[in-house]
Ligand binder design. Structure first.
Ligand SMILES: *Cc1c(COP(=O)(O)O)cnc(C)c1O
Ligand code: SF4
Length: 436
């Protein structure tokens, strides 16, 4: 049977079984988990491992929250306001990873709505990366010379509370029409510089297989397009969605890369490993883009444990993102020094394959800027002073027969975007203002 996300939007107005008075204390990611037993007393292992069951049984209503937390009436009202503005949805699988004995559990903080989201209502930006400014056709952001970003859907299996694109949640759960998807393909067809597309959203793997297959096929008719990349959190929040059928379909559209988003070592479960393994065996490399999140993964120990766990399942840590100053996610942000410190304590101390690049995606559409610890202490024409990871200072000479340093940075291809973008670039002040 073909299953589509579209049919699974649950309104769940009926009240789920109450958890009042029960201890929500054991933690394992199986249907035997006590909270899972309470919410879905008759779930079988087959259902549990079926992505469609997982999707259909997501928690999405205020009733589900009140069942979890035994809410008082005033809290129910406030949660209602909160989720009316920023909806939520949690797969039973992801819910089962929460350790309920820990109020600051890293899984819980990523998926359970928090009043802080509306308490700091004036802080942050709706669209901190100014993606709307660089949108060329509906859903297509063209910011860099040789690659474009495509937002193909608003739907995700789980809505991460720290999401940079919280602004698109207000449009509800929908995917772009075929007409809109074709308009994006045609844009790429018209710009020969584009060699890579990044398909994101929302989560592109919430699309049904036929639609995704059709869309990837359309993209493949563009002769100058070399590489397709899919950004998805499905391996983390709904790993059973990675079926042999899906992996087989994706495999036919290579060269294809998948980037996912594990943020905590506890998300690297046997289920997630199996999902990544299916993708890898289909000949598709899997990389990871973590977001640096306060109280969740902002320590050297946690980040190292995460990156080691990822390397064990053969997922390459690619980026560590500074959390964007997005509205309703201010409470997740850390100082940039934290990210630099984490990299500084990993680089050299552990394998280079586990060390991501720390990036700040600049407000105002400046794009990704990598930040490194300071290894270049001083620089002259002939000689530089360097520092290694242990703090050893090294003088390093350029070759005697050297080419002169370039007077200005090389121009690496133009940014083939509208004149308005150039104008905006000029107008932008060097420093974005500190939010009040
Ligand atoms: C992040 C991003 C990309 C991809 O950038 P990489 O550095 O290649 O990962 C492309 N377009 C936009 C608009 C982006 O934000
Ligand atoms: S999966 Fe990605 S797009 Fe969806 S809510 Fe999470 S961060 Fe946002």
């Amino acid at each position: 049977m073909r299953r589509q996300m579209k049919n699974t939007t649950l309104t769940q107005e009926e009240e789920p079984p109450s958890l009042q008075g029960t201890q929500l204390f054991d933690y394992d990611c199986k249907p035997s988990n006590s909270i899972v037993r309470k919410l879905w007393p008759s779930v079988t292992a087959d259902d549990w491992n079926d992505w469609y069951w997982q999707l259909s049984n997501r928690l999405r209503s205020v009733y589900a929250l009140s069942a979890l937390f035994d809410l008082k009436p005033q809290h129910i009202t406030k949660y209602k306001q909160l989720i009316d503005k920023y909806h939520y949805s949690i797969t039973p699988y992801y819910l089962s990873l929460i350790d309920w004995t820990d109020p600051n559990d890293p899984i819980r903080q990523q998926c359970i709505p928090d009043f802080k989201e509306i308490d700091y209502v004036s802080v942050g930006d709706k669209d901190p990366l100014a993606e709307e400014d660089d949108t060329q056709v509906a859903g297509l952001v063209h910011r860099y010379p040789d690659r474009v970003l495509m937002l193909v859907t608003n739907s995700c299996a789980v809505y991460c509370r720290h999401c940079t694109r919280k602004r698109i949640w207000q449009d509800g759960e929908s995917i772009r029409s075929k007409k809109e998807l074709l308009a994006m393909v045609n844009y790429v067809r018209g710009v020969p510089e584009v060699r890579e597309v990044v398909i994101s959203g929302g989560d592109p793997l919430t699309l049904n297989i036929e639609t995704l297959d059709w869309f990837l096929g359309e993209l493949r008719t563009v002769s100058h397009l070399e590489v397709i990349r899919i950004g998805t959190r499905i391996p983390v929040v709904l790993p059973m969605r990675i079926t042999d059928e899906l992996a087989g379909m994706l495999s036919r559209h290579r060269p294809l890369w998948i980037n996912t988003q594990f943020n905590h070592p506890r998300e690297v479960t046997p289920e997630a490993q199996e999902a990544c393994d299916k993708i890898l065996r289909a000949g598709i490399p899997v990389s990871n883009q973590s977001v640096l999140l306060k109280g969740i993964n902002d320590s050297v120990e946690t980040m190292k444990a995460l990156c080691h766990a990822l390397q064990r399942i053969m997922v390459r840590p690619y980026y560590l993102y500074q959390c964007d100053p997005v509205k309703a996610a201010e409470h997740f942000r850390t100082s940039i020094w934290k990210g630099i410190e984490i990299i500084e304590q990993m680089r050299g101390f552990t394998g280079g394959l586990c060390v991501p690049t720390f990036v700040v995606d600049a407000p105002g559409g400046g794009g990704k800027i990598p930040l490194q610890p300071f290894y270049l202490l001083s620089a002259a024409e002939d000689e530089v002073t360097l520092r290694n990871y242990e703090g050893m200072i090294i003088r390093y000479h350029n070759p005697i027969d050297k080419a002169p340093r370039p007077a200005r940075p090389a121009k690496n291809g133009k940014v083939p975007v509208d004149a308005a973008r150039y104008k905006r670039r000029k107008e932008k002040t060097l420093f974005s203002e500190r939010p009040q």
